[in-house]
Design a protein around this ligand. Sequence first.
Ligand code: NAG
Ligand code: NAG
Ligand code: CA
Ligand code: CA
Length: 546
Amino acid sequence: MKSSHIIITLSCLINLRNAVAVEILRPRGVSVTKTALYDPEKNFTCFDGAVTIPFLQVNDDYCDCLDGSDEPGTAACSNGFFHCTNVGHQAVDLFSSRVNDGICDCCDGTDEFDGRDILGGGHCINICHEMGQVAREEAQRLAEMQKKGAELRREMARKAAELKAEKLNQLNQLKKDQEEALAIKVEKEVIKSQAEEKENAALAVYREAEEKEKAKKAEIQKEENAKEAKSMFELFDSDRNGRISLQELQTKQEFDRDRDGQVTAEEARFFLNENEEVGEDSFVAECWPRMKPFYMMNAGKYIVPGDGISKEDTDDINNLEEPNTDTDLAEEENFNEEVTDATETEDYHEETHNSDDEDHDDAYVEKEEEKYVSEVQYNAETQKIIDDAVNARHEYEEADRSVRDVEREIRQIEESLQKDYGIDGEFAALEGECFEYTDREYIYKLCPFDQASQRPKNGGGDTRLGSWGHWVGSEPNKYSHMMYTNGQSCWNGPQRSTKVELACGTENLLTAVSEPNRCEYKFDLQTPAACNFSEDSSSKGLHDEL
Ligand SMILES: *[C@@H]1O[C@H](CO)[C@@H](O)[C@H](O)[C@H]1NC(C)=O
Ligand SMILES: *[C@@H]1O[C@H](CO)[C@@H](O)[C@H](O)[C@H]1NC(C)=O
Ligand SMILES: [Ca+2]
Ligand SMILES: [Ca+2]
């Protein structure tokens, strides 16, 4: 059953022949601009030119054209479109599947005409006038908002220009300050090096005296050691022949290194530096230093001064026996255990003594240094030279700090002057401000030209969602989107980043936040800076917004 769906109004019937075709004869679902293509006087050729059909087959609820052009007013072609004129509001092209689907899609109700809709037909009344009214009011409101926003934007741009001029002034001043500060620094540096030269010279005198004192002490020490060694030589040289033999040493139980009750020739030879016998000179130089710690320890823990051994030395040796630290204590215990184990002791003893000696030396050096720092008294003249040098260093550091402070300020201003704050600098006022948006879980925060972050609503730390990167709006409006990059890494994922979409508004406001992709956030920021009021955008608002 094919039937024509030509809409012919009463006036059309009357004026059929005289009327302007475009106005009057229009098959259902055809827009005014396409009317000429549907001429009931002619056969109809599909838009793709493939097929020509008798006009009766247009809107006969049977799809003849592959491109769907023969059925603009039915749902027969799945790829067709239905045009609602929506007089009083805005025309719309619907997918043909929306035709007679029971739902009012056109505000003029023309998409539902077969009476088969869920409410029994005719329920789609024409509400285009009312909707158009609302839309016009909305567009009006929007236009006014944009106008006001644009005024605010001009104000922001004006302030930005002022701020920029101010910064340039500041920069000029800072450059002068920098020159001054540098000159002062150079001056202070000269004073400092002169003062330090004097200080070095003055202290050199003290250092020399100190070193002389040390050398003298060392000399005395050496003499005393020699004296001690000589007296020990006499003690061991039982037959007074001026040489000490293995046999002579073997009579001294102190040299029983493995403590088996016997001093073997091997043991004695070790102390004679692998010789069979030694004279006084080699004894003093080589053998006694090797024997001394061992001999002293075994000669009954404590040694009384006398017999060529000075009080200082006995103290040294007695101290040698005292464990300094916990590990020493442990070694001491091990040592006591191991002396009963005759076969293993030899190496052990040597090690123990060597390390003890070293420890002792270190402690001694440290004490010396402390003494140097705390006890040296300078005469008034030297003290003044030192104080002058301390002062000069201090003043130089101050001057150096001033230079760095000025340079930091200059850097900051230069950076800020280089930032792109929009065509008229209108976005500059947003720097230093922060805006928040709260959803069910998080409080999001945007500090323009600085960073974006979020923190959990019920407490917890900030997570950085990105630091200011650059403008990423596509031409012609580069300033429609901001990008914040290099935020904290997602667990097992990329670094977070945030894209900020800017929209015109009369105040600065974060209006929405979403996460369209994992770790990629989108913030919507309203700001007058994004308003661009011109004839173009105002008329655009009236026609397109809805
Ligand atoms: C339409 O096409 C048929 C052939 O398919 C032809 O006979 C007829 O004359 C055409 N009509 C018009 C108005 O061109
Ligand atoms: C405002 O729009 C006009 C034209 O649409 C454009 O030339 C101008 O650059 C725009 N100004 C801003 C600040 O976006
Ligand atoms: Ca058809
Ligand atoms: Ca519908």
